[in-house]
Design a protein around this ligand. Structure first.
Ligand SMILES: C[S@@+](CC[C@H](N)C(=O)[O-])C[C@H]1O[C@@H](n2cnc3c(N)ncnc32)[C@H](O)[C@@H]1O
Length: 214
């Protein structure tokens, strides 16, 4: 996979919206970290989920397909190189919208989890917002809606145990700069987002779901 992600690795390590937030707190809480609990952090990126889980005492393995992210294991989410039920919990945060096959990835996460799977991602707003996301970053595949996530969990054989919807404030200019989106492309992204942008900020609707094996 792509060294686009490796080139961006340091920016994701220091990004404000990735390194902290209510969504990060909830993902960590719902993984139920403690000494002796084994957790897999899928698409670890700058490693924020893993860092927080380790601080809470869990044993964590990280996986990401981009070498620059320096994960423990290099692999896409769609093909996790682990045996069935290898981890107590499996999490992925702010990454599923980049997966080529989000449902396939969720099925893999469910397969390697013995108990719980926690997903956190931005949700669908409109087709013009999707176009803005793809123009800003061609590795964007799709933000899914709440109903789509519900059907993915069902198809992956997971029961939704907890679900929370939140809005995260995103500052537009650092978001564009992080992926080097400038000039006419940046102007078009701002135009496509339209009145979602207020004083240089936009609210990102975000869903956190915890699924458990039935
Ligand atoms: C925005 S970053 C992840 C953020 C991180 N989870 C956090 O909480 O800060 C997106 C990550 O998804 C990874 N990625 C892209 N496609 C992927 C795939 N098919 N499977 C797994 N990871 C993928 C990228 O390499 C990148 O590290």
């Amino acid at each position: 996979m792509t060294d686009v992600w490796s080139d961006r690795a340091d920016l994701y390590r220091t990004s404000a919206i990735h390194s902290a937030g209510d969504d990060l707190d909830l993902v960590v809480e719902w993984c139920e970290p403690a000494a002796g609990v084994n957790v897999l952090d899928v698409a670890t990126g700058g490693g924020h989920v893993a860092r927080r889980l380790r601080e809470a005492g869990a044993n964590v393995v990280t996986v990401d397909p981009a070498p620059g992210m320096q994960a423990d294991v290099l692999s896409p989410a769609e093909h996790l190189p682990f045996a069935d039920a290898s981890f107590d919990a499996v999490a992925t945060r702010l990454a599923a919208h980049h997966f080529a096959d989000a449902l396939g990835a969720l099925k893999e996460m469910a397969r390697v989890a013995s108990h719980r799977v926690v997903i956190c991602d931005n949700t669908f707003v409109s087709e013009s917002s999707e176009e803005a996301d793809r123009l800003r970053d061609p590795s964007h595949v799709r933000n899914y809606g709440v109903a789509e996530w519900a059907s993915f969990f069902e198809l992956a054989g997971l029961e939704v145990a907890e679900q929370r919807f939140m809005e995260r404030p995103l500052e537009i200019e650092p978001w564009l700069a992080r992926v080097d989106c400038t000039g006419a492309d940046a102007a078009r992204v701002r135009e496509l987002l339209g009145d979602r942008i207020v004083d240089g900020w936009m609210n990102l609707p975000t869903l956190v779901i915890k699924g458990v094996h039935r």
